[in-house]
Design a protein around this ligand. Structure first.
Ligand SMILES: Nc1nc2c(ncn2[C@@H]2O[C@H](COP(=O)(O)OP(=O)(O)O)[C@@H](O)[C@H]2O)c(=O)[nH]1
Ligand SMILES: [Mg+2]
Ligand SMILES: [Zn+2]
Length: 344
C-alpha cells in the first residue's frame, strides 16, 4: 500500500504520525480537490469524495488525512508545510492556500510586468511555508535578453534557483525537471497572466487549465477557476495551481520575511545603534551599504514595507482570533449539552 502512497507524496514525516496499531486499520488519503461542501481525496487505490461537517478541522489541498475502514474521516495529519495568506477583502481572516508543498515555482514574466518587489513578496510567503523556492522566468521567447532578468533575480540572493523558460515549449520546460519528480508536490505561484496555467498544460500535454484572458470571475461574476486542485503530471510530480492569488497580503510571515531579506539583517548587526531605524543615524551599516551600491534602496524600502504590512495584518488577525475565541466560548456555553466538540 505504501508504495502507491509514495506517488501521492507520502513521506516519513506523515508515516511517523501513525500509531503502531493504526497501520492495519487506517487509510491515508490526500486532499486533491477542494469544494465548498466536500473534498476529493486520493487513497493508494481510489479517489473518493468526502462531505465536510462542522466537526472537521479546516482542510486544504495537499493535506494528508486518515480515513477509517468505512472510509470515513478520522483525523488530519500534521502539515509539513503550509501556505497561508490574509484573506482578501476586509475580512480579517487567515486563508489556507495549500499544504505539504515541497517546491514552489514562482513564475514571473520577462516583460514590463517583471517586478522585484512582487517577487520578494512571493519569496517571503514561500520561505515562511518552508517550501523550496524556484524562480521561473517565463516568456523567454518574447524577451530580448533573458540573461539580464536572470542576473537581476540572482542579485537578490546568489543561491536562489532561477530558470528562464518558454511555457509553451515542453523542451524548454525540461529545465524544471530536477524539481518535478515522483511524489514531489509543486505549487505554482505568480500574478495573473504570467503563464502558470500554460506551464501546467504544457507539462500535462493537454489543456486542463483555462489560459489567457479568462478571468477568475467571468462577466456574470461567477467563479470559474477558484477551486484549488492537485494535478498528477505524466512523469510523476504533483502540481498545484493556485487560482485567485492576485492579491497576497502577508500575515504571520515574520520568519519568511527575515529569511528572504537575511542580507539586510546581517548588515543591521553592524549598525552602531542596536535600535537603528536605518534612516540617518550615524554609523548605520545599511545606509553605508546603499551608498556603496551593495544594497539597493528599493530592496530596503520593500523590506520595511513588507514588515509593516505583516505586523499590521498579524495584529489584526490576533485580535480577531481573540474575539472569535470569546464568541466561541459564549456559543459553547449557551449550547444545550450533548454536542461535544471533537478535539484535534
Ligand atoms: N509567448 C509566450 N506566451 C506565454 C508564455 N507563457 C504564457 N503565455 C501566454 O500568456 C497568456 C497568459 O498565460 P496563462 O497561463 O493563462 O497565465 P496565468 O494567469 O498565470 O495562468 C496566455 O495567452 C499564454 O498563451 C510563454 O512562455 N511564452
Ligand atoms: Mg491561470
Ligand atoms: Zn542602521
Amino acid at each position: 500500500m505504501f508504495s502507491n502512497l509514495n506517488a501521492l507524496g507520502w513521506q516519513a514525516f506523515f508515516q511517523q504520525q501513525l500509531l503502531l496499531d493504526e497501520w492495519d486499520i487506517v487509510l491515508p488519503a490526500r486532499v486533491i480537490e477542494q469544494h465548498k461542501s466536500c473534498i476529493h481525496v486520493a487513497t493508494a487505490h481510489e479517489e473518493l469524495s468526502i462531505s465536510l461537517t462542522v466537526n472537521m478541522p479546516e482542510m486544504v489541498v495537499g493535506d494528508w488525512i486518515l480515513l477509517n475502514k468505512n472510509k470515513e474521516f478520522m483525523r488530519l495529519l500534521e502539515r509539513k508545510s503550509c501556505f497561508a495568506r490574509k484573506a482578501p477583502g476586509s475580512a480579517l481572516k487567515q486563508q489556507l492556500i495549500s499544504a505539504n508543498v515541497d517546491t514552489a515555482f514562482i513564475v514571473c514574466s520577462m516583460n514590463k510586468d517583471f517586478n522585484l518587489n512582487r517577487l520578494e513578496r512571493f519569496l517571503s510567503l514561500v520561505n515562511e511555508a518552508q517550501a523550496e523556492p524556484v524562480v521561473v522566468l517565463s516568456k523567454s521567447d518574447l524577451a530580448l535578453a533573458d540573461n539580464d532578468f536572470v542576473k537581476t533575480v540572482q542579485s537578490l540572493d546568489a543561491l536562489l534557483m532561477v530558470e528562464s523558460v518558454n511555457c509553451l515549449d515542453i523542451e524548454s520546460l525540461k529545465k524544471l525537471s530536477p524539481w518535478i519528480k515522483k511524489g514531489k508536490t509543486i505549487a505554482v505561484l505568480g500574478s495573473s497572466g504570467v503563464g502558470k496555467s500554460t506551464l501546467m498544460n504544457t507539462l500535462l500535454g493537454h489543456d486542463q487549465q483555462q489560459t489567457g484572458d479568462i478571468r477568475e470571475h467571468d462577466s456574470k461574476g461567477r467563479h470559474t477557476t477558484t477551486n484549488r486542485s492537485l494535478t498528477f503530471l505524466p512523469n510523476g510530480g504533483l502540481m498545484l495551481d493556485t487560482p485567485g492569488m492576485r492579491q497576497i497580503q502577508l500575515a504571520h510571515c515574520k520568519e519568511g520575511i527575515a529569511s528572504t531579506f537575511s542580507d539586510i539583517k546581517v548588515l543591521a548587526e553592524h549598525c552602531q545603534f542596536s535600535d537603528c531605524q536605518h534612516q540617518a543615524e550615524p554609523g548605520c551599516a545599511i545606509q553605508a551599504a546603499i551608498t556603496t551600491g551593495e544594497l539597493q534602496l528599493r530592496r530596503l524600502n520593500n523590506y520595511q514595507k513588507l514588515q509593516k504590512e505583516e505586523a499590521l495584518n498579524s495584529a489584526n488577525l490576533s485580535q480577531r482570533r481573540a474575539a472569535d475565541k470569546a464568541l466561541g466560548k459564549f456559543y459553547k456555553h449557551s449550547h444545550t449539552q450533548g454536542q461535544k466538540l471533537k478535539g484535534r
